[in-house]
Write a protein that binds this ligand. Structure first.
Ligand code: HXC
Length: 516
């Protein structure tokens, strides 16, 4: 029989563990506007659903007086619960315990979660707030980090992995989040970098603030390391919860299908007049997305990084899809290094987790110039090409206007196993724009004509009539149908229904060699 005394002892031990590094450390955390590990977990999970593992596990370090700094559970809270009724494994580093620094014991706790997440097929969410490797432990801590990295890699493509950065994340510690599928960073309180401003100053003679070097805004707009810069912990956690609604639990399942009240055949007359008469004028591709998806509800990923390509999740008739779309409203929607990498990573995530892809195309080509070429535009542009080519999920494509050159091939074309490829009547499928084409073809004749400008204008008109339309591609079957823009939603929903049971395979191999 369990005695009353034993029960009281258990409650005492639990209460002690829940205090982490102590009330004074909790107060300090709160004074800085930061929540504790357990408060963050409570915010993420359905009320009352959290069950903790390894609450009494302690570190084994006896160096540097560490035997006097032993805290039950050590510097990370781990366990599982539900988000919207679906199981999620979660860990939250506890900054109140030795700055959340990673001990061998903490690594074991996180590895246990990753093993369970993989075995049982449920996502892992990591809430990071840590001073990095526990300095007193040295190699044990480094070994622990490496054990986590290995499992992050093994879990990649098996279960979704999501990281929130809610405090410091520096040194090699950044690589665990970097190996996960999505990173959300909290503005002001969080940063990620390999070495801090002091080392940067001494090695590179650069003066830089923590925020400039590794803040949420920088990583969400310049480096592309982070998918979202959250205003607060609550905002970061709300983002993760919403993200989870669009994705399946693991690579053997499909994302949940939600009931849809938005009529499947709802026409959108606004789409008829969206494309400007002048082919060189911009418009906002997000309007096409918002007009066609269920209830105008679009969840954008990496909104502030490479905005010339839009990626994110939405639903058509309740079915979760990944949307990739050129944005003519930014740099004319051109593909460059950053947008290619952004698109490739997103396409590969969707393909890992059985999420169909819907691609909206209006792209004038790849961005030329030395900056791009020196930066490896060839190597990086090949990534999005590779990603679309290897993807076996349903791929639905709508060309709204330009689909020029190599960028036509890349953007989910028929040739890369696009399943259903539509074009609007305004589509121009060509090797390049009319002006560029006639300048290459007729420069000598233009010079000889006496009025080069008029000659080229006439030839441009001719070329446009002959080539820059969707009919030549449709004649060859590279476009399955030319559709009325207002009916785009209905046609995408039909195409998704048609491809719902699609099964496609790549040749057996150890793994491909995506250009890196
Ligand atoms: C042990 C650490 C620690 C660490 C912080 N603490 N980092 N203990 N190992 N890495 C302890 C502090 O001693 C302090 O203990 C408590 O955590 C809170 O730290 P403070 O410095 O008081 O907090 P704050 O002023 O907010 O500064 C936070 C910080 C700073 C910026 C993270 O603590 C810091 O610079 N820490 C060292 C970071 C670092 O160099 N880590 C190693 C990176 S290399 P008390 O008892 O006073 O409360 C690395 C390699 C990983 O991580 C490689 C993986 C492959």
């Amino acid at each position: 029989m369990t005695t009353q005394k034993q029960l009281e002892h258990l409650l005492e031990q639990q209460a002690k563990a829940r205090l982490g590094g102590g009330q004074d450390k909790i107060d300090k955390q709160h004074a800085q506007g930061r929540l504790t590990a357990r408060e963050r977990i409570e915010m993420l999970l359905d009320p009352g659903s959290f069950e903790e593992f390894d609450m009494f596990k302690t570190h084994r370090c006896r160096n540097f007086g560490m035997e006097k700094s032993v805290y039950p559970g050590d510097g990370v809270v781990t366990g599982h619960g539900t988000v919207g009724g679906r199981i999620v494994y979660v860990y939250a580093q506890d900054f109140t315990v030795l700055g959340g620094s990673l001990s061998e014991t903490m690594a074991e706790k996180i590895c246990k979660l990753l093993d369970l997440a993989m075995k049982n097929g449920a996502p892992l969410v990591g809430l990071n707030d840590s001073g990095g490797a526990r300095i007193q432990e040295g190699i044990e801590s480094l070994a622990g980090f490496s054990d986590i990295f290995l499992r992050n890699v093994m879990a990649s493509g098996v279960v979704p992995q999501i990281s929130a950065i809610l405090g410091p994340c520096a040194g090699g510690a950044v690589y665990s989040p970097a190996l996960t599928d999505f990173i959300v960073m909290e503005r002001k309180n969080s940063y990620m970098f390999l070495t801090g401003p002091k080392v940067v100053k001494s090695v590179c003679h650069e003066d830089v603030t923590v925020e400039e070097l590794g803040g949420a805004d920088m990583h969400s707009s310049q480096s592309g390391v982070s998918d979202y810069a959250a205003e607060s912990t609550a905002d970061a956690i709300a983002y993760i919860k919403r993200l989870l609604t669009f994705i399946p639990q693991n690579n053997l399942e499909s994302a949940p299908v939600l009931p849809c009240a938005d009529p499947v055949d709802r026409p959108s007359d606004a789409l008829r007049t969206l494309i400007p008469d002048n082919a060189n004028m911009a418009y906002d591709m997000k309007r096409v997305i918002l007009e066609t998806v269920d209830n105008g509800d679009f969840f954008e990923i990496k909104e502030n990084f490479a905005p010339n390509l839009i990626v994110g999740f939405a639903r058509y008739n309740g079915v979760s899809v990944g949307i990739v779309a050129n944005q003519p409203g930014y740099l004319s929607g051109v593909l460059d290094i950053d947008s290619s990498v952004k698109g490739a990573r997103f396409v590969r995530f969707c393909d890992c987790f059985n999420i169909p892809l819907v691609t909206f195309v209006d792209v004038p080509g790849f961005l030329p110039g030395t900056v791009q070429e020196y930066g490896g535009a060839i190597r990086n542009g090949a990534k999005i090409l590779y990603a679309y080519a290897e993807a076996t999920v349903p791929k639905i494509t709508v060309i709204t206007r330009k689909a020029y050159g190599g960028a036509y091939c890349v953007m989910s074309s028929k040739h890369l196993r696009g399943d259903i490829n539509y074009a609007w009547p305004s589509a121009e499928v060509a090797v390049m724009g009319s002006r560029g084409a006639v300048e290459v073809l007729y420069s000598r004749q233009a010079r000889d004509s006496g009025d080069a400008k008029a000659f080229l204008a006439e030839k441009e008109e001719e070329y446009h009539e002959a080539v820059s339309n969707p009919y030549v591609a449709a004649e060859r079957g590279y476009i399955d149908d030319i559709i009325v823009p207002a009916n785009t939603r209905a046609r995408i929903i039909k195409a998704l229904a048609l491809t719902r049971n699609k099964r496609d395979q790549n040749p057996a191999k150890k793994h491909g060699n995506i250009p890196l």
